[in-house]
Design a protein around this ligand. Structure first.
Ligand code: IPM
Ligand code: MN
Length: 360
């Protein structure tokens, strides 16, 4: 198979973790005889520094030409005071929108070897296996009007949470289809006791559910969901929610996995003519400027995102399973980065990536 991939390392530890993920891709391509074409582009703070904009036209073109995109992380402290429209993060929002990847799949699972890395009691986390389906191209992140107007005590910040039926319908179908391949349980998260967007959300989810009688559906308010995620996380299988709620809940979910460095994600949208998903793959963690350039970052989120890419964008289930198995083997060996190993000598980013390559 010809794997035509765009890599956008982005900022901070993005460069280091995508570096290891690409090594893994090369090993997979060599072992299974795939032709790998890798291009690299600019996104986020590094793109602002080099071209003056966080999502240069060149990156837009490359992202539309690629079969799949692997992204590292965006965000740099020097832009902390900049307005949202001029920050590195807008680059990520724009590429998600350009690629039309409206469903962000964030699997959250526990690993036996990492049970003690979570601050929660072992019996609560052991066996956690859920996937958060976060709507990715709507809601507060994109709604207008937005901005800061006026001055003095009348100065006002505005954001708009808005969803159409079509936007809710398509991501809901994606979540039901996923639930069908798993434990057949879907939990929709909203704030329908307060928000109209959530009332429409719940109504559409219930309507779509009529076509999925084999799936058990329940609804939970987002505040209660935040609590249940740490009280009784094993109750969740597929969790469906809007953009902002999903952003917040998935960071909370990272506590179950032992470290946010462990979480991969796959953002998918329209299918191409050949049936493959247009996909953007990125770890859930951020650019972590405090440890950038120190060979300390956990590359598992990025490597797990490569496994997701092999599965969703290329239909290479065997290769994806081999990458996941290799990661688990390395985790079990205890040769892992500092976020997973508070005591003893931790492995470096490169050593961890190298070990996964060996294990494949
Ligand atoms: C994430 C990140 C992004 C988001 C930021 C960097 C724009 O937090 O992917 O979870 O909020 O979507
Ligand atoms: Mn986030």
């Amino acid at each position: 198979m010809n794997l035509n991939i765009l890599v956008l390392p982005g900022d901070g530890i993005g460069t280091e973790v995508t570096g290891e993920a690409v090594k893994v891709l090369r090993v997979v391509a060599a072992k299974w005889g795939h032709q790998l074409t890798i291009r690299e582009g600019l996104l986020g703070g590094v793109a602002i520094h080099k071209t003056g904009t966080p999502f240069p036209e060149e990156t837009e073109r490359l992202s539309l030409e690629a079969d799949a995109v692997l992204m590292g992380a965006v965000g740099l402290p020097e832009f902390d005071e900049a307005p949202p429209s001029q920050r590195p993060e807008i680059g990520l929002l724009k590429i998600r929108q350009t690629m039309g990847v409206y469903a962000n799949l964030r699997p959250v699972r526990s690993y036996k070897a990492l049970l003690d890395s979570s601050p929660l009691k072992n019996h609560l986390v052991d066996g956690v296996d859920m996937i958060i389906v976060r709507e990715l191209t709507g809601g507060l992140y994109y709604g207008t009007p937005r901005g800061i107007t006026g001055s003095g005590l009348e100065e006002r910040g505005t954001n708009t949470m808005t969803y159409t039926r079509a936007e809710i319908d398509r991501v809901t179908r994606m979540a039901f289809e996923l639930a069908r391949k798993r434990r057949k349980k879907l939990t929709s998260v909203d704030k329908s006791n307060v928000l109209e967007t959530s009332q429409l959300w719940r109504k559409v989810v219930i309507e779509v559910s009529k076509e999925y009688n084999d799936i058990a559906l329940d609804h939970i308010l987002v505040d209660n969901c935040a609590m249940q995620l740490v009280l009784n996380p094993k109750r969740f299988d597929v969790v469906l929610t809007e953009n902002m709620f999903g952003d917040i809940l998935s960071d909370e979910g990272a506590v179950l996995a032992g470290s946010i460095g462990m979480l991969p994600s796959a953002s998918i949208g329209a299918k191409k003519a050949n049936g493959a998903w247009t996909g953007l793959y990125e770890p859930v963690h951020g650019s972590a400027p405090d440890i950038a350039g120190q060979n300390k970052a956990n590359p598992f989120g990025a490597i797990g995102s490569v496994a997701a890419m092999l599965e969703y964008s290329f239909g290479l289930g065997e290769e994806a399973a081999a990458v996941n198995r290799a990661m688990e083997q390395v985790l079990n060996s205890g040769h892992v980065t500092a976020d997973l190993r508070p005591a003893g000598t931790p492995a470096t980013t490169e050593q961890t990536g190298e070990a996964v390559c060996q294990a494949i």
